[in-house]
Design a protein around this ligand. Structure first.
Ligand SMILES: Nc1ncnc2c1ncn2[C@@H]1O[C@H](COP(=O)(O)OP(=O)(O)OP(=O)(O)O)[C@@H](O)[C@H]1O
Ligand SMILES: [Mg+2]
Length: 506
């Protein structure tokens, strides 16, 4: 490498002959360009570690290559691999302290498709995928396309029942205080959430006590197999015990009315008795399709989500399973309306690492959480803090109204927020531990994935077929043209100009 490159004669390079012999151009005597000598820089050799020091800001080294590829890191122009468990066990500065992921972004930003990409590619790594409630039924196709995938359909005459008060797998060995606590809290939390959601108000102390009492009695009577029907019946008995504890009897009335809807009313046959399905621990993906119930209105949707999520959480809270799982919460905010459901969720997020679970919470905007409680209420601030505390975040394109929320609630730097406004479909800002990345997920999609994850049914090309219009001749076209109105030029015309013209004038 220490030989000089051979020189090409000047006329071969289309250059004028030198006015003075030598490597200098005519500029030396006439002004203008001056030195036409080839720059000769001896090549430099060094190890890649030192070379990286010469160009410190050009490319980020990324998260390494453990875990499935999720997209292209647009800052480094390299493939971006991600697995929350790998990031969790990573003790370097790139690691994280939590396996949960918040996915936030405007409608049609590609959130679901990216999550589907992540989880389906993770199946090969041995992780299981669980969708406790699929409100749009969009995960069904994914589960059906994966060999061994399971779909639990709720409603629509399928006769499937899930018991939200299920205990879940009972573990052998020493009793685990924390687990017992969790089962208890989940059961009472589920009951309170169902009742507060329907009433739209907090339970009074007496009602709370009556409900707890009914649950305890039911657990005793059924040998730890409580059901909503059982609790409903116990509440009936408590309400009848007017002489013994008058106040408790009074407190049993309201909760009993609410549970009646689930036992005898329009939501009966779904959640009030023992479960009719078993959770398949071995399946690569399990999806609970709740789309039929979501079509019945907001309250039915919320109650369904509470019940199906409680059941799924019960059956997967198993440390002995030695299985890592993704739990995908589509419409993650829906059932976070009461204080008890929020506390339950917070507890769940904290404990899930124990169970080898990574929760993926999908939100459209931080403003979704404004549906929780009143302004300044405990509920709302708890909701914001739960979401804000999720350490790993995927931020998709956001609307301009969302900018302040991202800065104040999630502490994102202003340039990132600006960037988040201009992301394209499938692009997102990934925050993993202390580091952030700009990733394009769709750049790595296969055709199979694209077909499977597409949710644009309403805009299918068949619907946009315009061949009829192409065959139209000019005469026909004229008949379709909107009639032109006489131009109003008088003073009346100006005074009666439409609002649009007025605003344009201003
Ligand atoms: N792999 C892919 N490559 C390119 N485009 C895709 C891919 N997967 C999905 N899309 C398209 O991206 C669009 C948005 O997808 P997606 O449903 O994931 O958005 P979303 O953010 O979840 O929307 P919503 O807020 O309605 O839930 C869909 O129109 C879909 O067809
Ligand atoms: Mg979606």
């Amino acid at each position: 490498m220490d030989q000089k490159p051979s020189r090409t004669p000047r006329h071969d390079r289309g250059l004028p002959e030198a006015a003075v012999p030598g490597p200098f151009g005519p500029g030396l005597v006439r002004g203008g360009y001056w030195n036409l000598a080839n720059a000769w820089i001896p090549p430099h050799q060094a190890t890649s570690q030192h070379i990286a020091g010469i160009y410190p800001f050009v490319a980020d080294s990324g998260l390494g290559h453990r875990g499935p590829i999720l997209g292209v890191d647009l800052n480094a122009d390299a493939l971006w691999h991600f697995s929350p468990w790998e990031a969790y066990v990573d003790s370097s500065e790139r690691g994280t302290f939590s396996t949960n992921i918040l996915v936030l972004g405007a409608y049609r930003g590609g959130k679901s498709a990216t999550v589907k990409t992540l989880v389906t590619r993770s199946i090969a790594f041995g992780h299981q995928v669980v969708v406790p409630s699929d409100p749009k039924g969009e995960w069904v196709a994914v589960a059906e396309a994966i060999p061994g995938g399971r779909v639990i359909r709720l409603g629509g005459g399928t006769g499937t029942r899930l018991n939200p008060l299920d205990r879940g797998p009972r573990r052998t060995g020493t009793t685990d205080e924390q687990h017992e606590q969790m089962v208890k809290q989940r059961r009472i939390g589920t009951l309170i959430a169902l009742i507060e959601m329907t009433l739209g108000a907090r339970l009074s102390a007496v009602e709370h006590a009556a409900l707890l009492d009914a649950l305890d009695r039911c657990i005793l009577r059924t040998d730890d197999h409580p059901t909503l029907r059982g609790v409903f019946e116990e509440l009936g008995e408590i309400a009848g015990e007017t002489d013994a504890a008058f106040h408790a009897a009074e407190g049993a009335i309201q909760p009993r009315f609410v549970l009646r809807r689930l036992v005898e009313g329009d939501l009966s046959g779904l959640f009030e008795d023992e479960s009719t399905v078993e959770f398949d621990q071995e399946a690569p993906i399990v999806v609970t399709d709740t789309s039929e119930l979501f079509a019945r209105g907001d309250l039915a949707a919320q109650l369904t989500q509470v019940c199906s999520t409680a059941w799924i959480q019960a059956v997967i809270s198993d440390r002995a399973a030695h299985r890592t799982r993704y739990v995908v919460r589509e419409e993650g905010w829906r059932d976070m309306t009461s204080l008890s459901s929020l506390q339950m969720f917070q507890q769940w997020l904290k404990l899930s690492r124990h169970y080898g679970i990574s929760n993926i919470v999908i939100l459209h905007k931080m403003g979704d959480l404004d549906a929780v409680g009143d302004e300044g209420s405990l509920e709302r601030s708890l909701a914001y803090s739960i979401v804000g505390d999720i350490e790993n975040k995927f931020i998709f394109r956001v609307n301009s109204q969302e900018q302040t929320a991202l800065r104040t609630r999630l502490n994102l730097p202003a340039p990132h927020v600006e960037m988040a406004r201009h992301l394209r479909k499938g692009e997102f800002l990934a925050y993993v531990g202390q580091y952030s990345y700009l990733v394009d997920c769709f750049a790595t999609s296969t055709e199979w994935e694209y077909e499977l994850f597409a949710t644009d049914d309403a805009l299918a090309p068949a619907d946009r077929d315009d061949s009829d219009f192409r065959a139209i001749d000019a005469a026909m076209l004229d008949t379709l043209w909107p009639e032109t109105r006489e131009m109003e030029t008088g003073i009346e015309g100006w005074l009666t100009a439409g609002p649009r013209e007025n605003t344009e004038e201003q």
